[in-house]
Design a protein around this ligand. Sequence first.
Ligand code: NI
Length: 185
Amino acid sequence: MIREILIWPDPLLKQEAKPVAAVDDDLRALLDDMAETMYAADGVGLAAPQVGELKRCLVIDTSPRQEGQKLLHFVNPEIVRTEGVTHYTEGCLSIPGEAEEVERAAKVWVRALGYDGKPFELECEGLLAIAVQHETDHLSGTLFVDHLSALKRELIRKRMKKLKAEKAAERADDVKKAPRHESAL
Ligand code: NI
């Protein structure tokens, strides 16, 4: 099921997500929804708080832009080691239409539980390393705009507030246009 992606600023996006106690069918259903939502939005990563679930889990698939990759699930991910520095122009499904250069580690090692609940460790480079850092940030309520200057962040905040107001107006319009089903009681 495709979920609604929260748009920043939103109080849920600023909260710390809670560790997942068990990788069970309910959690796998959430991971499936997250992957479906990410693909539908043409993204390469999505964190659970972006669909309003304060759980420490992520889905990432950089394969459209990085050879040899596939859909990856990370439950309770932890970056255990980093190496080097790189700069990448990042976007975020919760901040549509915006992209800014962010400084990140070039290489990261991440430990997590997989879709099957088994622990794994993965060495990540290139876009995958960026995505792991960007999505893990979401679990502590940090978005890429938090890595920018206050001035840039406030400009983006203004544009997002405008976008949210437009979306809310569109929804109100749809409600007005919808046929009314009145029961004669
Ligand atoms: Ni994001």
